[in-house]
Design a protein around this ligand. Structure first.
Ligand SMILES: [Zn+2]
Length: 150
């Protein structure tokens, strides 16, 4: 059986590794401010951004949602409870002026990275703004990407 709350899952490591190679620095598995029993996988404390990399099963991903057939009702309640707790955590963070960000284990690491970069850039993170600007320039420099030029 998989442990419900595991640290260093593969999608989490992939995201951390990609962010690190882009020059980002962050805290790992840090308790949330004021919620000692809940942790974010990747936290940018100064930029008030908390990233959660969620397993499709335990967090009831809408694309892969399923409850095991055995004890279905118990599982269903359990997974619903987890999803509600995630929503509750997000609402709490937003009230504190933080930005919660959730990535799914099924998501490509590039997609997760660009979500993180977008949020950080929005929060004023200079490195994120740089990365965003650089990838915009790269895209507009590609001959195949000329569709947008007028
Ligand atoms: Zn999924």
């Amino acid at each position: 059986m998989i442990a419900q709350r595991s640290v260093n899952t593969r999608p989490e490591l992939a995201l951390r590794c990609a962010l690190h190679s882009l020059g980002f620095r962050y805290r790992v598995n840090l308790p949330l401010p004021g919620l000692r029993r809940r942790r974010a996988d990747v936290t940018f404390t100064r930029w008030r951004t908390a990233v959660f990399v969620q397993g499709c099963f335990w967090h009831a991903c809408p694309e892969h949602l399923h409850a095991p057939k055995h004890n279905a009702e118990w599982w269903w309640n359990k997974l619903q409870h987890n999803a509600r707790r995630d929503e509750d955590t997000d609402a709490y963070l937003v009230r504190l002026g933080w930005l919660p960000l959730r990535a799914w284990e099924h998501e490509a690491v590039e997609a997760a990275v660009s979500k993180v970069v977008e949020v950080l850039a929005h929060q004023g993170h200079p490195r994120a703004q740089e990365v965003q600007e650089r990838s915009r320039r790269l895209l507009s420099a590609q001959p195949a990407g000329r569709a947008g030029s007028a």
